[in-house]
Design a protein around this ligand. Structure first.
Ligand code: C5P
Length: 215
């Protein structure tokens, strides 16, 4: 199967030397990409900047901004049987990118931000994608409820939810504990390394595909 994965943070430029970003390490998305490639799937990994080694045998598409990630997904998603959106995409970007380095002037400075497109939210509508769709939800409260509303509003088959208020799991660490929120049920595998959880998550995802399912 062909599996498209987004991973890592995005960078939203302010001027030639500054950008807005977030604490995503990309570890969960890369672990999924590595595992899927090891299992013989064709993997398209569309990633924001990370410190990680690119897994062997993946089609690697490096991007920086949300707009670049959006365009990369739009071009390739039709080929995918499974699309997994593990990237931590910036919701907003600076309204204007200064061509010159911004100089300090007064004691305060206001940065105007505009909404970025929702890449996952565009999959079913703008991109007319019909394959298996998996989103991630990083939450600090009401984990299951928020994940379920994302599942429904974005037309996902699965949302993988993790609690980013905990220091021992989630952003930038090797371990994770996730809730797997499906339209008809929720499952909670035990806390584990991201690499091992990637196997478990992928097994569930493959079961959702026509070839992986019981029929
Ligand atoms: O709504 P929220 O941003 O929390 O949704 C998280 C999910 O949506 C993740 O799967 C993330 O990769 C995806 N997302 C996206 N484009 C955005 C924002 C989030 O693909 N602009």
């Amino acid at each position: 199967m062909t599996i498209l994965i987004t991973a890592g943070p995005t960078r939203e430029a302010i001027d030639p030397v500054r950008f807005l970003t977030n604490r995503s390490s990309g570890k969960m998305g890369y672990a999924l990409a590595r595992t899927a490639a090891e299992q013989g799937h064709r993997v398209i990994l569309i990633s924001g900047p990370t410190d990680l080694d690119v897994p062997d045998r993946v089609d690697f598409i490096p991007v920086e901004s949300t707009m670049e990630m959006y365009a990369a997904v739009e071009h390739r998603i039709a080929k995918a049987d499974v699309a997994i959106f593990a990237a931590a995409v910036a919701d907003y970007r600076p309204a204007h990118v200064s061509e010159e380095k911004i100089k300090k002037t007064g004691g305060t400075m206001t940065l105007e931000l505009v909404r970025n497109p929702d890449i996952l939210g565009s999959a079913r509508n703008q991109f007319a994608y019909q394959g298996v769709l998996v989103g991630f939800a990083a939450e600090t409260e009401d984990l299951e409820e928020n994940a379920r509303s994302k599942l429904e509003s974005k037309g996902c088959d699965l949302v993988v939810a993790n609690d980013v208020s905990r220091k021992d799991i989630g952003f930038d660490v090797n371990d994770n504990e996730v809730l797997l929120v499906f339209p008809d049920r929720t499952e909670q595998p035990p806390k584990d390394t991201k690499q091992h959880l990637a196997h478990i998550i992928l097994e569930h995802i493959i079961e959702l595909t026509p070839v992986g399912g019981p029929n």
